[in-house]
Design a protein around this ligand. Structure first.
Ligand code: ADP
Ligand code: MG
Length: 250
């Protein structure tokens, strides 16, 4: 579902991603861990082409992101094509980014109506099913300001799912939440994983990474220092840098 080959990204002279290669199979959950500034968010943003990469290749669901290959040449895709590619990828950020002037239901149906041209009735029906799934059907008519952070983040997940993505990206989805609200969001994410959604999750929640991750990748300084099943990376890390990081967060 995701294939990154030698992905490089620079901001000015600062090389933030120094050759990231990884694969995520359909239905798998990859948890990205690592210290602040190691390039985790940048890599997520590269996956859905919110950032243009400076080297390497990135495929999502078999499609080269942002480019069309013809022979040995790469041609940049236009904005419309990039939007089409991006619409297959759901993204959930640390901050919930809900539209404050819209109700929960309106937040969820906005993109399906505007981007996908779904009928209002179909979009509402799907939104209600998604709200049921994240346990917030009763809040369909509420405004974001009247919801807790955990509820807002569950709406943000439902909103991303409304586009029927084949891949979900999460960037520290629980880092901005009060501790008592973290579990309700992780529970929704667990459910998604159990239903077979392919997910890339940047997280500091090591218990979640251990239980839900098929693969853990530890990033530091723009490279993947090591990756493997949770039992290996979290319990028997091979690299000193991984050990040092884990001893600080666990
Ligand atoms: P992480 O998510 O692992 O904390 P980031 O991907 O956010 O790391 O950042 C990696 C590095 O790239 C940091 O040094 C950060 O300052 C830098 N960076 C991120 N975004 C930008 C940007 N838009 N312009 C310049 N530098 C950036
Ligand atoms: Mg980040």
């Amino acid at each position: 579902m995701v294939r990154a080959v030698d992905v490089h990204k620079r901001y000015g002279r600062d090389e933030v991603l120094k050759g990231i290669s990884l694969e995520v199979a359909a239905g798998e959950v990859l948890c990205l861990i690592g210290p602040s500034g190691s390039g985790k968010s940048t890599f997520l943003r590269c996956i859905n082409h919110l950032e243009k990469i400076d080297g390497g290749r990135l495929w999502v669901d078999g499609e080269l992101m942002g480019y069309r290959a013809r022979g040995d040449c790469l041609y940049e895709l236009g904005e419309r094509e990039v939007c089409r590619q991006r619409s297959a990828i759901g993204m959930v950020f640390q901050r919930f980014n809900l539209f404050p002037h819209m109700t929960v239901l309106e937040n969820i149906i906005e993109a399906p109506l505007r981007v996908k041209g779904e009928s209002r009735a179909a979009a509402i029906q799907h939104a209600q099913a998604l709200l049921q799934r994240v346990g917030l059907l009763a809040k369909a008519g509420a405004y974001p300001a009247h919801l807790s952070g955990g509820q807002q983040q569950r709406v943000a997940i439902a909103r991303a799912l409304a586009m029927r993505p084949r891949l979900m990206l999460f960037d520290e989805p629980t880092s901005a939440l009060d501790p008592e609200l973290v579990d309700e969001v992780l529970a929704v994410m667990r459910g998604l994983a159990e239903d077979g959604m392919t997910m890339v999750v940047v997280t500091h929640e090591m218990a979640f990474a251990r239980d839900v991750g098929d693969t853990i990748a530890f990033m530091d300084g723009g490279v993947i220092v090591e990756s493997g099943p949770p039992g290996q990376v979290l319990l028997r890390p091979r690299h000193e840098r991984t050990r040092a990081f884990l001893s600080r967060v666990i």
